[in-house]
Write a protein that binds this ligand. Structure first.
Ligand SMILES: NC(=O)C1=CN([C@@H]2O[C@H](COP(=O)(O)OP(=O)(O)OC[C@H]3O[C@@H](n4cnc5c(N)ncnc54)[C@H](O)[C@@H]3O)[C@@H](O)[C@H]2O)C=CC1
Ligand SMILES: O=C(O)C(=O)Cc1ccc(O)cc1
Length: 320
C-alpha cells in the first residue's frame, strides 16, 4: 500500500483555511494541505501559546493567533481540531467573526454530539460539514503530526440534513487532495460504527493496562518486564491522550454503552466456554476472528502489523 501523496493541486480548494487546534491532527492537516497546495493561506489558532509557538517554529501556517475570532475572520473554511468537548465553546467564540458562507468542519472522533453542539451556535449563513479522518496515533501535539497521515485512510463526512451540497463537495476535494478516501454517512450511524471499531477497543486497552497496573508491586514489575505481544500493543493504545478520549466517551455515551453491553455478553459467553472446557467453541470463534483480520489485510487497509503509528522517514518536517 502506497503512503505517498499525489502531485499537488494546480488550483487550491480554498483561498484561506483556518485550523483551530494545532495538535496531532491539526498539524498533520496543515502539513498535508500545504504540501498539496490545497489552500493558498493557512491561519493557525490555538488556545495554547506553547502549541502555537511550536507550530510557528515548524512553519505550519502563515499566521498564528490565540484569538479564535481573529483567526477565522477571512477564512473560507474553518476546521476545528480540538478535543470534541471544546467544540461548543469554540463555535460560540468564532460565530460572530465568520465570513459569509464560511464552511465550518471538524475532525472529531464523535459526530452526532458535535453537530448538536455546533448547529445552534453557528450563524445561519455558515455551512457545517463535519468530518472524521479515521487515522491517527497515540501521540499528540504539533510535533507529532505528519503530512502522509491521511494517505489511503478513510475520512468520513457526516453532513447534517439540508447541508449545502457545494460545501460538502469542497470538503471532499480537500480530503481527497491529501490522499484520503471519502465516505459520506449519517452521524448517528458513524457513532455506532466507530463505537465498536475504535472507542470500545480504546476502553478495553485503558482497562487492561489499568488492571495490570493495579496488581501487587512484585507482579507489576513482572508485567512490565515480560510485556511482549498482546499487552505491549494495548499499552500503546492506552497511552493515547486522556483529554481527547475522556471527551470521546462523554460525547458518544449511548453508542459506547450499547456496544459495551454486547461486548460484555460475548465476554461472558467466552468465560463459560473456558470454564466448561469448550475447546470447539473457542476454536470456532478464533477461526472466525482470524478470517476477519485476513479480510482487512486483503482489502489493503492494513499491513500484517498494526500500522497506526507508522511514519515515513521524511515525515517529521513541515510541508514546506
Ligand atoms: N489523535 C488521533 O489519533 C485522532 C484524533 N481525532 C480527533 O481530532 C481532534 C484533535 O485530536 P488530536 O490532534 O489528537 O489532539 P491534540 O491534543 O494533539 O491537539 C489538540 C489541540 O487543541 C488545542 N485546544 C484544546 N482546546 C482548545 C480550545 N478551546 N480552543 C482552541 N484550541 C484548543 C490544544 O491546545 C491542542 O493544541 C479530537 O477531536 C479527536 O477526537 C480524529 C482522528 C484521530
Ligand atoms: O492510534 C490508534 O491506533 C488509533 O486508533 C488512532 C485513532 C484514534 C482516534 C480516531 O478517531 C481515529 C484513529
Amino acid at each position: 500500500m502506497s503512503e505517498r501523496l499525489g502531485p499537488p493541486l494546480d488550483e487550491p480548494v480554498f483561498d484561506e483555511l483556518a485550523i483551530i487546534g494545532i495538535g496531532l491532527i491539526g498539524s498533520s492537516l496543515a502539513r498535508a494541505i500545504r504540501r498539496q497546495n490545497a489552500a493558498r493561506r493557512i491561519v493557525v489558532a490555538d488556545a495554547s501559546e506553547e502549541a502555537l509557538g511550536r507550530a510557528e517554529a515548524l512553519g505550519l501556517g502563515d499566521a498564528f493567533t490565540t484569538d479564535l475570532a481573529e483567526g477565522v475572520r477571512n477564512a473560507d473554511c474553518v476546521i476545528l481540531c480540538a478535543p470534541v468537548g471544546a467544540n461548543a465553546a469554540i463555535g460560540r467564540a468564532i460565530a460572530p467573526a465568520l465570513k459569509l458562507g464560511a464552511i465550518v468542519s471538524d475532525v472529531g472522533s464523535v459526530k452526532a454530539d458535535v453537530i448538536a453542539a455546533l448547529q445552534p451556535v453557528l450563524p445561519d449563513h455558515a455551512r457545517l460539514v463535519p468530518a472524521h479522518p479515521v487515522a491517527g496515533t497515540e501521540q499528540s501535539g504539533p510535533d507529532a503530526g505528519f503530512a502522509t497521515l491521511f494517505v489511503n485512510r478513510w475520512s468520513i463526512l457526516t453532513p447534517p440534513e439540508g447541508a449545502d451540497a457545494a460545501a460538502v463537495a469542497q470538503v471532499r476535494r480537500l480530503w481527497e487532495a491529501i490522499g484520503a478516501n471519502v465516505e459520506v454517512m449519517e452521524a448517528a450511524h458513524h457513532d455506532l460504527v466507530l463505537a465498536i471499531t475504535s472507542h470500545v477497543p480504546h476502553l478495553i486497552a485503558y482497562n487492561i493496562v489499568g488492571t495490570a497496573a493495579d496488581l501487587e508491586d512484585v507482579t507489576r514489575s513482572e508485567v512490565m518486564k515480560f510485556s511482549a505481544g498482546g499487552f505491549r500493543d494495548f499499552t500503546r493504545i492506552a497511552a493515547s491522550d486522556p483529554t481527547m478520549w475522556r471527551d470521546v466517551f462523554l460525547h458518544n455515551k449511548d453508542a459506547v454503552l450499547e456496544m459495551l453491553g454486547r461486548f460484555s455478553e460475548d465476554l461472558t459467553a467466552l468465560q463459560r466456554m473456558i470454564r466448561r472446557g469448550d475447546g470447539d467453541g473457542l476454536f470456532a470463534l478464533f477461526t472466525r476472528t482470524r478470517g476477519i483480520r485476513l479480510g482487512i489485510v486483503a482489502q489493503g487497509q492494513e499491513t500484517a502489523a498494526p500500522d497506526f503509528g507508522r511514519r515515513v522517514p521524511d515525515d517529521g518536517k513541515a510541508g514546506r
